[in-house]
Design a protein around this ligand. Structure first.
Ligand SMILES: *Cc1c(COP(=O)(O)O)cnc(C)c1O
Length: 464
């Protein structure tokens, strides 16, 4: 028989985690004002809040930490990373930043402008991530979501739900003057719509449409390696190509990219912007120096740039990705087999539970996905995150709630961190909640919220 995947690594160091009691958890979540971000990590048994910065580094990465060159200018760690970005991604110029949103801040300051410079401008793309949208709206521009309609049907088995609807994108291009569209952002994979990939065919088509209308195309590339894995698995003509070949081909179609290295860089902090055009890199470097740091370190320590250069090579290895995406699918199939509705097909970094179907007796005004996240925490000390109304935030113009098409509880799996026994545990906890789901009729109300990106700090209380 075909041998199954197994992690292409063994465990050298472990970190203890505490199994709390239900009574402790009920007290803690109340003290946290029902915001999972307010819990202390010791209060969590299996932490699936995010796969961002939570992965385990390899011994080769830790070795780079010791080799880090902390020179202010011209550090060898910077050149290691520059060579890797050029080798793996094919971009000749880059700016290090402290994380993905910092890269967005620098890039959008360059392309959209600062202050209210974005008024009247639009940034089309596919399910912009919350920080991306935040940075666009912060400048008074608007993010226009052109994702295909299939993405919003959680059970439609489309292989590339991150794809852009080309007709929608073209309509945006045609209905705005060129100066009103500073950039098109293609997110690979789409975090907000379920870790769903974009096909190579769609990447190519978006790229040629952008060229035709002379709009720069940047990739929001946090999970580019997982995207490449799905292309290899699912797209005709790519089964025999290596991940590194597919990655190169994907980025050939972009003018540049922003990166949250905390995802497919497999480091705990870091990010960068890469460019094809030297003049644009030059313009952006002024903002990078203002907001992040000098060009050869930006927001990063030398040691972290070294670890990132190794992480980018490791995350684009097939065996790693097979085990990584395989573990996500393992959790997905445990839940599907138990009759729980989750986003299909399974994404690359997380399983998204359909909270509307899970809690049919709860009104949407009481935050279905957040309520499910609280119940799962109380049940087993498992922390997920709401991808629903709290995250969607209010309409910046009307101040009204913008109820999204989907209410999802995201269970994001950190890279190389948990075993499949942890996945069994998570599934069992969620199945227990599911058995009493019909009786969950009360959700939460907002007691306090920030004017933007409220989900991180929102305070809640039981609704009634
Ligand atoms: C995480 C993420 C970002 C922001 O990166 P940070 O490192 O968290 O600032 C941007 N886009 C996508 C798609 C992401 O997943």
């Amino acid at each position: 028989m075909d041998l199954p995947y197994a992690e292409p690594f063994r465990i050298k160091t472990i970190e203890q985690i505490y199994r709390s009691t239900k009574a402790e958890r009920e007290r803690w979540i109340k003290e946290a004002q029902y915001n999972l971000f307010n819990l202390r990590s010791e209060q969590v048994f299996v932490d699936l809040l995010t796969d961002s910065g939570t992965g385990a580094m390899s011994s080769a990465q830790w070795a780079e930490i010791m080799l880090g060159d902390e020179s202010y200018a011209g550090a060898s760690s910077y050149y290691k990373l520059k060579d890797t970005i050029s080798d793996i991604l094919g971009f000749p110029h880059f700016l290090p930043c402290h994380q993905g949103r910092a890269a967005e801040n620098v890039l959008f300051s360059t392309l959209i402008g600062v202050g209210d410079a974005g008024a009247g401008k639009v940034v089309p793309g596919n399910s912009h991530f919350d920080t991306t949208k935040g940075h666009i709206e912060f400048r008074k521009a608007r993010a226009v979501d052109c994702t295909i309609a299939e993405a919003f049907d959680t059970e439609a088995d489309h292989p590339f739900k991150g794809n852009v609807d080309l007709a929608k994108l073209e309509a945006v291009f045609k209905s705005h003057p060129r100066e009103a569209i500073p950039v098109c952002m293609l997110t690979i994979t789409c975090n907000s719509s379920g870790g769903q990939p974009v096909s190579m065919e769609n990447i190519k088509a978006v790229s040629s449409l952008c060229r035709k209308f002379k709009i720069p195309l940047f990739f929001d590339s946090a999970r580019f390696a997982e995207n490449a894995y799905f292309i290899k698995q699912r797209e005709k003509g790519y089964a025999k190509k290596s991940i590194k070949e597919i990655v190169k081909e994907m980025f050939k179609h972009a003018d540049g990219m922003t990166m949250s290295s905390k995802k497919d860089g497999i480091v705990n902090i870091g990010g960068f912007i890469a460019f094809r055009d030297e003049a644009l890199w030059q313009r952006a470097s002024t903002f990078n120096i203002m907001f992040e740091g000098f060009n050869t370190y930006g927001g990063m320590a030398g040691r972290d740039m070294g670890a990132l250069s190794v992480g980018l090579r490791e995350s684009t290895e097939y065996d790693y990705l097979e085990a990584r995406v395989g573990q996500v699918a393992y959790l997905g199939s445990l839940l599907t087999n138990a009759g729980i509705s989750v986003q299909r097909p399974y994404g690359g970094h997380a399983i998204f539970v359909n909270a509307k179907k899970f809690l049919p007796n709860l009104p949407k005004e009481e935050f279905q996905a957040q309520t499910l996240g609280i119940e799962l925490y109380k049940e087993g000390g498992v922390r997920g995150v709401e991808i629903g109304t709290l995250l969607a935030d209010r309409d910046p113009e009307t101040g009204k709630e913008r109820y999204p098409a989907l209410e999802l509880l995201r269970l994001a799996i950190p890279r190389r961190t948990y075993t499949n026994a942890h996945m069994d545990y998570v599934a069992a906890a969620l199945i227990n909640v599911n058995e009493r789901a019909q009786s969950i009729r009360k959700g939460y109300r907002i007691v306090w919220e920030a004017p933007i990106m409220r989900h991180f700090t929102v305070r809640l209380a039981p609704a009634r």
